[in-house]
Design a protein around this ligand. Structure first.
Ligand code: 5AD
Length: 362
């Protein structure tokens, strides 16, 4: 048991229990997070790595990311492309340009495209449907992930019918009060409604949160883990909060790579089958972040396939990387860096193992 405070051994016991059972009480997670020392952290990270190897071997799945619009009707206080920011150059790709990105990506070998954008009212459900049908008819063997925010049930259903396989919508934080403090135009209740609707429709769903949000406490991170365990998403995207110069949080501190990697490891242990990317935000604050993440439970990377001239405009936070190891065109470079750490790039669709058993549509 882990009720003794301050004993070096009990943290290890808690991690062992989690490693064995893929479950742990919120008190014990909180205990780990506040008392863990270096050797215990090493044990946590290696347990997470062992778990990912058991489920997905040494494969690292790749997704080609297409950030197709930075127009947004929302006003998330932390995000650089929020509607109030008059300092950024707004862009929107045409369906033809998006298809060009897919074409380039397909030739490079990508078999999953992640279409992400702000909540842009230009992209009506009709346009999204048309875009999806075109991509699917040209490339029937690719998986499409959509990430365009909060919609109603009917819209999500239409996208699914048009061929979208997966949907990413981070919950950002599982603490209702904190969520409502950092969002102006969206509510915690609606975000939850969206995530459960997506699950019900049959998508592979991606939730996730930011680490180090201004005002976030350890207990809030514990809530994030408990929420994920309950939702059981097929994918989880997490990254450090990073301030953006045009937001009210411009003078706040970033979340740390260390904390983000600990959270990645916990997520792998709680949800062994999850698809867990080493995110751009993590690489943006620590160039070694990606390798560390992949050695601590992460098993996905998402290189950028957007046209290079707009990449800088998708500025969610300051210092966001989009070239080099984060650029789809640098595939060989990326492959080499992954082989260097004993892993191997897998360019297939890379569906969630558990989801595939129960939902295969092909
Ligand atoms: N720092 C880190 N991540 C951010 N995101 C948006 N703004 C920031 C920021 N300032 C993340 C959110 C969102 C995803 C697309 O990008 O978690 O869901």
């Amino acid at each position: 048991m882990c009720t003794k405070i301050g004993s070096n051994r009990t943290v290890l016991e808690c991690i062992e229990e989690l490693f064995r059972n893929n479950e742990l009480s919120p008190e014990k997670i909180g205990y780990i997070l506040t008392n863990m020392r270096d050797n215990e952290r090493e044990y946590l990270l290696s347990s997470a790595y062992e778990t990912r190897v058991k489920v997905y071997g040494n494969k690292v799945y790749t997704r080609g990311l297409i950030e197709f619009t930075n127009h947004c009707k929302m006003d998330c206080k932390y995000c650089g492309i929020n509607r109030e920011n008059g300092n950024i150059h707004r862009y929107r790709l045409t369906v033809e340009e998006i298809l060009d990105c897919c074409n380039r990506g397909y030739k490079l070998g990508f078999r999953t495209f992640v279409l992400q954008g702000g909540e842009d009212i230009y992209f009506t459900d009709d346009i999204i449907e048309d875009m999806i049908s075109k991509i699917k008819s040209r490339y029937p063997d690719v998986a499409i992930t959509l990430s365009i925010g909060e919609k109603d049930y009917e819209s999500y259903e239409r996208y699914y019918r048009a061929g979208v396989d997966r949907y990413l919508l981070r919950h950002e934080t599982a603490n209702e009060e904190l969520f409502n403090r950092i969002h102006v135009s969206s509510s915690f209740k609606n975000r939850m409604r969206c995530l459960y609707d997506l699950k019900k429709i049959g998508y592979q769903v991606g939730a996730g949160f930011m680490v180090g949000i201004p005002g976030q406490k350890v207990e809030n991170l514990v809530q994030d883990i408990m929420f994920l365990k309950k939702l059981e998403p097929e994918m989880v995207g997490i990254g450090p909060f990073i301030p953006h110069k045009d937001t009210i949080y411009k003078d706040e501190r970033s979340g740390t790579a260390r904390d983000t990697i600990i959270m990645l490891a916990l997520i792998r242990l709680f949800l062994p089958n999850v698809l867990l990317p080493a995110t751009t935000a993590l690489s943006s604050i620590d160039l070694n972040g990606r390798k560390q993440a992949l050695k601590s439970g992460a098993n996905v990377i998402m290189p950028n396939l957007s046209p290079t001239d707009v990449r800088g405009d998708y500025s969610l936070y300051d210092g966001k990387l989009s070239m080099g190891y984060e650029g789809g065109e640098c595939k060989n470079f990326i492959e080499k860096s992954i082989e260097e750490i004993g892993l191997s790039v897998d360019m297939s669709r890379g569906d969630n193992i558990k989801w595939r058993e129960s939902h295969d549509r092909s």
